[in-house]
Every structure is written in C-alpha cells, then in structure tokens.
Write a protein that binds this ligand. Structure first.
Ligand code: SF4
Ligand code: SF4
Ligand code: SF4
Length: 235
C-alpha cells in the first residue's frame, strides 16, 4: 500500500482553497472521539474511472432532501490544456480528451477542526460509526465550522439554515443498511465505500494494492477520503 501526500499541483484545486490558517490552529486541540475503537469508514474516489456524469451529485441531493441544485459533494472538472490550444491526442481544440474530474466533499477527518470549534456540539462524531455528522437542532448557524474546515467543503443548507457536510449518508442510507447514495448510483464504479478496519472488505483490499492520495494530511486532520489519481504517460 502506498499513500501519497497531496496536493499535487494539478489536483483538487477547489479543496485547496479555504481557511487554512484557521484550520491549522484548530488542529492544535484534539478530537478525542476519533480515537475510539470501531469501524473506520472510508471512501475511495477513482479519478481513472470517473466520467463526470454527475449522477453522484443528483443522488446526494435526492437522498438527503437538499435544496434544488445542491449536493454535499461537487465535481471539479480539470484540464491541463490552455483554453483554445490544440489537443495532442486528437488535434482538435474543443475535445474532451484530457478532462478529468475530482470529487470535492467532506474528507471525514479523524481530527476534525469543524468539531473542535463548534460551540454547541452540533458538528459531532457519530459514536457508533465514527462518522463526522451534524445535529441540526443544536446548530446556531455561527459558521465557525465553515471557517475552520481546511477543505472548504461545509456550507449552510438554505432550507434549514444549519451547517451541513457529507456524512456518507449516515442517516439517509447507512442507517438502513444501504450504501451512500453517490456510491450506489455511480455506474462507473468510481466510488468505493467501506470499513477499512475490516481486513476482508473490498475497500481494505483496494487500499492495499492501489496507490492512493489524501488531501493535506500534513495538517494532521487524518482524512478518510482517498483518491486514485490519473497518472499521465510520459510524452
Ligand atoms: S457518478 Fe461516478 S462517474 Fe459519475 S460523476 Fe459521480 S463519481 Fe464520476
Ligand atoms: S473535511 Fe469534513 S470533517 Fe474535515 S474539517 Fe471539513 S467538514 Fe470537518
Ligand atoms: S454553524 Fe452550527 S455546526 Fe457550525 S460551528 Fe456554528 S453551531 Fe456548530
């Protein structure tokens, strides 16, 4: 198993933005609930398989009853080619040859700055699964968690006026024994979810044999979202 520290220059530009200084300070305190034994739910996004169809975003919106056009994840489309430049593969300027996509969503940190700064306990870790989630009834809407997140992935749900993050569909799907909506709706098998503490799980075996990357692990957040990235052939 080989895990590479990000960011690579061309990957996850969206996640790279945000309140880095605040978040780094937030990591100085601890998130003790993350140390409990139990499952370690992780997700793997395989950039080599994602075609940017957007089904994951639609599935998230529907499963979690979110406002129109909103999902707890976004897809960032990337291209290394300068706008209008000729493609080396097909010779056109308007092709899709070198497009690639990145899932931008909560990284499910084991040391979660959003939990550390939340004054009400609304941003919390589910004791049974270890998943970072929300208790909407406790949220004061102060947005401290949004400022503290080094991945710039939290937002205020305009229907409920409370903060929100991807929690792997903890209540909407996992509680019913189903996979996260994005995972089950991805026809291209670009998303894998499971318990990394279970040595027999597919996700465990995937992490053992694939080179994967995580975003900004040097911050000490210990994210549980892994990326299999496209490696360009030498030219
Ligand atoms: S559903 Fe799968 S292939 Fe489609 S955009 Fe989402 S991750 Fe990519
Ligand atoms: S990535 Fe998720 S768990 Fe980590 S700080 Fe941001 S909202 Fe919290
Ligand atoms: S917006 Fe809500 S979840 Fe975020 S820090 Fe404030 S009370 Fe906590």
């Amino acid at each position: 198993m080989k895990h590479i520290n990000l960011p690579r220059r061309d990957l996850l530009k969206g996640i790279g933005a945000g309140s880095l200084a605040l978040a780094t300070a937030g990591c100085g305190s601890t998130d003790p609930s993350a140390t409990k034994a139990g499952p370690k739910y992780v997700m793997v996004f395989d950039q080599t398989k994602c075609v940017g169809c957007g089904r994951c975003e639609d599935a998230c919106n529907q499963a979690n009853d979110l406002p129109a056009g909103i999902a707890r994840l976004t897809l960032e489309r990337q291209s290394d080619r300068v706008e209008g430049a000729v493609c080396k593969k097909c010779g056109k300027t308007d092709c899709h040859c070198d497009r690639k996509y990145v899932r931008v969503s909560c990284q499910q940190c084991d040391n979660a700055p959003c939990i550390m700064v939340c004054p009400t306990g609304a941003a919390n870790r589910d004791p049974n699964t270890g998943i970072v989630t929300m208790d909407g009834d406790k949220c004061a809407g102060c947005k401290y968690c949004i400022a503290a997140c080094p991945y710039n992935v939290r937002y205020i749900n305009s229907d409920t006026d409370v903060a929100d993050n991807c929690d792997f569909c903890l209540n909407s799907k996992l509680a019913k024994g189903e996979l996260p909506a994005c995972v089950s709706q991805c026809k291209f098998k670009a998303l894998v979810f499971g318990d990394a503490n279970d040595p027999d799980s597919y996700v465990s075996k995937l992490l053992q044999v694939k080179n994967t990357s995580r975003v900004k692990p040097h911050l000490g957040t210990d994210p549980n979202l892994y990326y299999i990235t496209i490696t360009k052939p030498e030219v």
